[in-house]
Design a protein around this ligand. Structure first.
Ligand code: CTP
Length: 400
């Protein structure tokens, strides 16, 4: 996707610098040529040797090489680049960018760059929320700097909140969208994505759930957002960080997911139903912890409401994508779901395929619509998400 693109990866002194190694590898794997510029403090967090090896070029820190006096020209670097990506970007570097302070090679490169500029902030939650940082980010945005929103989650300080650098996969997708034509293909569109497992309480301690991790749904939400769509991610419990540019609504039970999704769908252009929603929930939820006895226990379950079927009933000309996870008669069962729930297409995972389904980072999917089946090879969940979003994009264009 980034084949032949010239990217300067700027690394500043944040603990998230360790993620820059993975980021660099992913950029190179996507075909980009990467030159790494580090601030002097960044070297304390990740070694130049690591970054030079991964980027396949010597890293740049100083204005000149003290051994032979050779200049590292920030001007020609700035001209060479298609994108200057600063990841992680500390509060300090963001503030210096705003004020044009030029006290290291990365900042002079920023001031000389004619390319697209993106920053992925990484800092503690209070530093991120501070009005000084927020004003600096607003100022940079108003100058056309693209900001890869930090995620919410566990921070190095031990606190939890917004400030954690976006995951490398999300940053790569962001940069790809920034540099590619695909960038605005879904802008102005609103999508709802359901993801993860629901949790049905038995009592205050126990619940019924399933193995879904939410990875596939999160990858789809991220891919939609990267193409400019506004995305509401209705998410069951997961440990995944919120993808860049996505609004997440946290829910627990199938009933909560039903209400949140139906409401969000009211003004949406489409929905992708990726969640593993419980089909049954305990008929009564005990308000105190159930004590064991010597007898067996029977829990009576009642049916939950089908969210996808409800959206299928009200969708009109909007796009609705369903998932089917099957172990037998895969294609026939998936085609049946396509009709019953009024999906535009169904993404079939077969649990019989190695590398497909729950937990892993790969998936093997077949896209099934009214015209037929399109089996895809084993691929990463983020690539699978791109293929699903390609199909959504094609349907959107055909209906425009
Ligand atoms: N779905 C939903 N709400 C539910 C149940 C399922 O939105 N209460 C959605 C899922 O997100 C998925 C599709 O419907 O997109 C799956 O269909 P479903 O019939 O529930 O699949 P299974 O539970 O696997 O069905 P079955 O037990 O009939 O095989």
């Amino acid at each position: 996707m980034l084949k032949g693109k010239h990217i300067i990866l700027g690394i500043t002194g944040s603990i998230a610098a360790y993620k820059a190694a993975v980021l660099c590898r992913l950029l190179v794997r996507e075909g980009a040529e990467v030159r790494v510029v580090m601030t002097p403090l960044a070297k304390q967090f990740i070694t130049p040797l690591t970054m030079a090896t991964l980027s396949k070029h010597p890293i740049l820190v100083e204005f000149f090489n003290p051994e032979n006096g050779e200049w590292n020209s920030h001007v020609s670097l700035g001209e060479w680049a298609d994108c200057l990506l600063i990841a992680p970007a500390t509060a300090n570097t963001l503030a210096k960018m705003v004020h044009g302070i030029a006290d290291n090679l990365l900042l002079t490169t920023y001031l000389s760059a004619r390319s697209a500029v993106a920053v992925a902030p990484a800092m503690d939650l209070d530093m991120y929320a501070h009005p000084a940082t927020q004003r600096n980010l607003d100022e940079l945005r108003s100058r056309g700097v693209a900001v890869v929103e930090p995620a919410e989650g566990e921070l190095a300080s031990g606190l939890s909140g917004k400030g954690r650098m976006s995951e490398p996969e999300d940053i790569v997708r962001f940069v790809d969208a920034l540099l590619s034509e695909k960038k605005k293909s879904l802008s102005g569109k609103r999508y709802v994505v359901t993801a993860g497992a629901t949790i049905e309480a038995i009592d205050p301690v126990r619940f019924i759930s399933n193995h879904s991790t939410g990875k596939m749904g999160y990858a789809i939400a991220s891919a939609l957002a990267a193409r400019g769509a506004s995305v509401t991610l209705v998410s069951g419990r997961t440990t995944l960080p919120v993808p860049a540019g996505v609004e997440r609504l946290d829910v627990l039970s199938a009933d909560e997911m039903y209400r949140a999704t139906v409401e969000a769908f009211a003004d949406a252009d489409g929905a992708v139903m990726c969640a593993a929603v419980a089909d049954y929930t305990p008929a009564e939820v005990a308000d105190r912890k159930l004590k064991k006895s010597d007898d067996d226990m029977v829990i009576r379950l009642r049916r939950t409401r089908d969210i996808a079927a409800e959206l299928g009933r009200t969708k009109g000309g909007r796009i609705l994508v369903g998932f089917a996870l099957e172990t037998d008669n895969e294609a026939a069962n998936a085609a049946d779901k396509l009709r019953r729930k009024n999906f535009d297409f169904v993404v079939l995972n077969s649990l019989r395929d190695a590398g497909a389904g729950f937990r892993g980072d790969t998936n093997k999917i077949t896209l099934i619509d009214h015209a037929g089946e399109e089996p895809l090879p084993l691929m990463s969940k983020s690539e699978a998400a791109e293929r699903i979003v390609d199909k959504i994009e094609n349907i959107t264009t055909a209906r425009a």
